[in-house]
Design a protein around this ligand. Structure first.
Ligand code: GDP
Ligand code: MG
Length: 677
């Protein structure tokens, strides 16, 4: 039972990208937010609940930032959260294994004058590397704030952290209200600057008497911060004669160096192995082939191991389908309903479920690559290459996410600084083959290229990247010579992937996949079944008279030059807009195949296609795969682009471009291929 006098506080986790905020948040609240060993993953603030003794705590996870200056959307989100008056305590999450880099933000937060608790995370890494941190001296040098060593991944130190938060709230919370009490700031600037800060503080106090972060604002005014100037239109010309930003930054770094020298021991042992590995993996020339090789390996694994596991699903589905069929027969259910259930729903949804082993392996591999720290290396390696295509290096991160699912990838473009860069990246991201397209590649490459199935599927990923490069180059033509920001991400240390993180990651993705099978794909299968079994004359037995055939035939003249002139393909592609997997379930429903992903199912589909169109061969299948790779992503992606770009026109242009490209490329391949073969 809840006691009446429970107290409730709001606590924000703030820190650099990749320092373990989300891991900590998940550990404290029991949530399962996505964690990744590279920046830009948490793009929105998230809330969760935790409790400690008689206190309920609302915990807020924020996007990682390096400073409280606001340039990117993420920085703005977090800065706003840090300044928010209803945040009672800030947990500043710090990666203890790279103190020097993390403390810069800490000192900015300290200047806010809010109650802060430092969570010294990744202590397991610190120990593993033989480093030591003086836990008495560190809090002293930070102005006596609580410093709690924790390991979010190992879930150690968490209770002490919560205890410190509440204890500090009781003390610091009191301090906040008492007027006139001066908070001690440990970091002092040269006298000239301190005098100006003091003057500005007085002016701020006079104009904004309720303000809680007066010193921070005064410093920001001295740094000539646009946003703070706009929000606080007070005349400071005689004090702020120029921007003092450089001196203020230098002063902070000088003090941080002093802190690190005093509290950190044996830091030289650090990262020797990371350096050694990086000499190859981030080599300017070797880095890219190594990346392609690794991705190639991932897809071969996806195929071989996925196939080995597939058998289990196959027999289960076949047994299930038979059982349901027999059950319906003996229950005397009408033929229409039986057809709907067996040929519509089980074929459509069940067929998609048998791809789970492949999807599982793909996500497992991506999770391990991300969590080990490799993916941020790829972004780093790609940076100079991206620059050549007029893209910021940061654009590569969303693109890699795109191999998983395009929706979060589009959202991750928020890490980019300008709207222009964001839109460009949004336009290119769908060309990275998402996992939903994998079943299409698996099905058609195994049907038409039995010997080279994995290679053919992998070629889709490569073609997608090549098309993205070409589109980027074309877009870059009008603005040639314009320089873009280079990538400023710090490379995290390599580490053993964390089992819990990987479990959460893979489970979340599988859950999405299952949800999609139960919702979008379910509905799409029912609709397709209806369109196939009904026509102008009512229920029909000849699919050629169905509504689907009528709709599909409209598309035939357009698709014919690409070797895809069958109404069945038109219907499958059209329904694939709801979700790309639906292309596969459409084929299953179209040809009444219970399990599209089994050897028998594939044979049946191939035979059916052959019966309808004897000409349809490997080249046509390849063109179909290309078309599926390039044409409009699913409705969820389109909606996300619309939301993130806030422009209907841009979204429309994107759709038109993608449809056109899909048609153009598959037509070119088909026409040239037909001449050669
Ligand atoms: P965020 O960007 O700050 O939200 O960081 P994440 O929570 O996404 O974590 C970044 C990476 O650090 C992930 O790979 C985590 O598994 C890992 N990580 C987080 N906390 C710890 C820790 O205490 N020890 C170790 N070894 N790894 C951690
Ligand atoms: Mg995060």
């Amino acid at each position: 039972m809840k006691s009446v006098n429970r107290r409730h506080i709001r606590v924000a986790c703030i820190g650099n990208p990749n320092c373990g905020k989300t891991t900590l948040f998940n550990a404290l609240t029991g949530s399962k937010l996505k964690v990744a060993n590279w920046p830009g993953v948490t793009v929105e603030r998230m809330e969760g609940e935790a409790s400690y003794e008689d206190t309920d705590i609302t915990l807020i996870d924020t996007p990682g930032i390096y400073s409280l200056t606001s340039y990117t959307i993420e920085e703005k989100v977090t800065r706003k959260c840090a300044m928010d008056d209803d945040i009672d305590v800030i947990i500043n999450v710090v990666d203890a294994s790279s103190l020097e880099r993390n403390l810069y933000l800490t000192f900015q937060l300290l200047e806010l004058g809010k109650p802060i608790v430092l969570a010294l995370n990744m202590m397991d890494v610190v120990k593993e590397r033989g480093m030591e941190i003086d836990l008495h001296r560190l809090p002293e040098m930070l102005g006596d704030i609580p410093v709690v060593p924790v390991s979010a991944a190992r879930r150690s130190g968490l209770d002490i952290l919560l205890h410190a938060v509440i204890h500090h709230y009781e003390e610091g919370g009191g301090k906040k209200g008492v007027l006139g009490e001066k908070i001690e700031y440990i970091l002092e600037y040269p006298q000239e600057i301190e005098e100006k800060i003091a003057k500005l503080e007085v002016m701020m106090g006079a104009h904004f008497p309720t303000h809680s972060s007066v010193r921070w604002h005064a410093i920001k005014l001295l740094e000539d911060d646009e946003e703070v100037k706009q929000e606080h239109p007070i005349s400071v010309v005689n004090i702020v004669d120029r921007s003092y930003e450089k001196e203020i930054i230098q002063c902070k770094y000088a003090y941080i160096e002093k802190v690190v020298n005093e509290v950190l021991f044996h830091k030289n042992k650090k990262a020797a192995s990371t350096d050694k590995i990086d000499r190859i993996l981030t080599h300017p020339i070797w880095g890219i082939p190594v990346f392609l090789l690794i991705m190639c390996l991932v897809f071969f694994l996806t195929f071989s191991v996925g196939d080995a596991l597939k058998g289990v699903f196959e027999s289960a589905l076949t047994a299930f389908s038979d059982l349901v069929g027999k059950g319906l027969d003996s229950a005397g259910v009408s033929a229409v309903l039986k057809s709907l259930i067996v040929e519509g729903i089980i074929a459509g949804v069940g067929g998609i479920l048998t791809f789970i082993p492949n999807i599982f392996i793909l996500f497992l591999a991506l999770a391990i690559l991300e969590d080990s720290g490799y993916m941020s290396r790829v972004a780093y390696v790609m940076d100079s290459l991206m620059g050549r295509f007029g893209l910021s290096g940061k654009a590569f991160l969303p693109m890699i996410l795109g191999f998983g699912c395009t929706v979060p990838a589009i959202m991750a473009t928020r890490a980019l600084e300008t709207e222009h860069d964001r839109r460009k990246t949004m336009l290119l991201t769908p060309f990275m083959s998402c996992s939903a397209r994998l079943p299409i590649y698996v099905l058609f490459s195994e049907m038409f290229f039995p010997k080279y199935a994995a290679l053919m599927a992998f070629s889709m990923y490569v073609i997608g990247m090549i098309i993205a490069i070409i589109v980027a180059l074309i877009m870059n033509l009008p603005e040639k010579g314009k320089s873009t920001n280079s990538l400023l991400i710090e490379l995290p240390e390599y580490k053993h992937p964390n089992a819990r993180t990987i479990r959460i990651y893979v489970w979340n993705k599988l859950k999405d996949y299952l949800t999609k099978a139960g919702t979008t794909i379910f509905i799409a299968s029912v609709i397709i079944w209806f369109l196939l079994n009904f026509g102008c004359k009512g229920m029909i037995s000849e699919p050629g008279d169905s509504f689907a055939a009528v709709i599909g035939r409209l598309l035939v003249p357009i698709l014919a030059p690409a070797g895809l002139g069958m109404w069945q393909i038109g219907v499958a592609l059209l329904s694939g807009i709801s979700a790309k997997e639906v292309v596969v379930s459409s084929f299953a429903v179209l040809f009444g195949v219970a399990n599209a992903n089994s050897a028998a199912g594939m044979k049946m589909i191939a035979e059916n296609i052959h019966n309808v169109n004897p000409e349809f061969g490997a080249l046509n299948a390849f063109c179909l795969m290309i078309f599926c790779l390039l044409y409009v992503p699913c409705v969820a992606t389109v909606a996300t682009v619309r939301k993130e770009s806030k422009s209907r026109l841009f979204t429309l242009k994107m759709i038109v471009l993608q449809l056109f490209l899909a048609w153009l490329v598959s037509t070119l391949v088909y026409q040239i291929g037909s001449l050669l073969l």
